[in-house]
Design a protein around this ligand. Sequence first.
Ligand SMILES: Nc1ncnc2c1ncn2[C@@H]1O[C@H](COP(=O)(O)OP(=O)(O)OP(=O)(O)O)[C@@H](O)[C@H]1O
Length: 315
Amino acid sequence: MSAISSSRPILGSSVAPALVLDRVEAGYDGRPVLRDFSLTLNAGEVYALLGANGAGKSTVARVACGLLPVRRGRVAVGDGTQTRARIGLAPQDSALFPALSPRENVEVTARLCGVARDDRRAAVDRALDLTGCGPRADQPVRTLSGGWRRRANLSAALVGQPRLLIADEPTEGVDAGTRGVLSAALRETVKAGAGCLLISHDAVFVSDTADRIGVLARGRLLAEGPPNALLHQAFGAARLLSIRLTRPASEAAAQWFAQAGLTQADDRLEWRRLCDDALAVAQMLAAVVDGEGGEVAVRRPGLDDLVAHLSGASS
Ligand SMILES: Nc1ncnc2c1ncn2[C@@H]1O[C@H](COP(=O)(O)OP(=O)(O)OP(=O)(O)O)[C@@H](O)[C@H]1O
């Protein structure tokens, strides 16, 4: 695995990691998904797990919160003395009661995770504030849009002031404004000393929110480190040139693209190349692309490209 250390300061070394998985083996029906899997999530950081469908991200989350037993290895949350109540889980499929309001849902969770009666009201208000849920806090959840449900779902996970927060696809189906609010809520939570394990396919959200990422494929960590450092390590100064067509390229155009080093995607409508001189190649091909009625674009590779690059290289 390639690993790059974080440039952000981690809380003092006396603070126990929020989560340690040490040489864990776990899976389903006798079939291991994780083998000899290790991961350390520091207090004060957002650590995002990225990977293609089926890579094992949710399995890591289930192991971390004790929903899936391990066959081998060690799992420790915080200093090991904390109970499950100090883990906040915002699951991908919202865990809210639809007939209750966000406030009532968050109150129920506060009770379940042992927030003292006298502290409950302040804890609920704080959790609703963190996700900006106030304006919809007293409407039944079943009447709320997906974005407000996501806010309420995260509030419920935050109300017990967890030492470990697990957020599974918190931005699925949300708009850019809500995404920003949820990112700020996670950052605020880790600033207060928690560790956050984030599982997300949302590359923009992860770039904005995570201190470190781990790229997972077939239950193995392929690389780990701060997002920009990993992008730099994988791609350097290269840019991604892509040509998008509305129908497969004519024979002549396909020859031009192939000669310029571009490869065709599975859908046969996109041609791509990663290179340092992407702008020059794009200019050279502009007339051919115009003739085909297509569009050419040059951009910096992102986290989706990193996952595809590392997963492809490891298969
Ligand atoms: N309850 C289950 N029973 C049997 N196999 C399972 C179960 N849950 C997951 N798996 C298998 O374990 C492997 C890892 O699945 P997991 O859900 O951890 O992947 P993931 O990275 O979270 O995927 P996605 O991005 O699609 O959510 C897959 O091969 C999946 O089919």
